[in-house]
Design a protein around this ligand. Structure first.
Ligand SMILES: C[S@@+](CC[C@H](N)C(=O)[O-])C[C@H]1O[C@@H](n2cnc3c(N)ncnc32)[C@H](O)[C@@H]1O
Length: 100
């Protein structure tokens, strides 16, 4: 019912208890705010409601916070979804005009 709206943080346990539990687990491993996590969950809920097939790919997983949201959502999806998590995990090389 509240899937499409971004609610205040204090209301999350009451209005979005399922999301809230996952977010609480993910938060210690994430740089992403609660509002942005809520938005990510909202977008995944939207594709689920519309029955859109497809996998989740995150470019820049860092310590895995939002990756955990993606993986949890995919595991509950009605459709099979692969979750691919990538990161450089190191300093990125300076850009050059040439391919290595
Ligand atoms: C803001 S952090 C990601 C935050 C993460 N989603 C979370 O839940 O906390 C951005 C990450 O993207 C990675 N990154 C940035 N540019 C990249 C690139 N070109 N290739 C791979 N990883 C990259 C960085 O190493 C960093 O870990």
């Amino acid at each position: 019912m509240f899937d499409e709206v971004i609610v205040s943080n204090w209301a999350l346990p009451f209005l979005k208890p399922s999301f809230y539990r996952v977010m609480k687990t993910a938060q210690p491993y994430s740089m992403v705010s609660r509002k942005r996590m809520q938005n990510l969950w909202r977008l995944m809920s939207r594709i689920e409601r519309r029955g859109l097939a497809g996998d989740f790919v995150e470019m820049g997983v860092a310590r895995g916070g939002t990756g955990l949201l993606l993986a949890t959502f995919a595991s509950r999806s009605r459709l099979p979804r692969e979750v691919c998590l990538y990161d450089a995990f190191e300093e990125l090389p300076q850009p050059t005009a040439y391919l290595a």
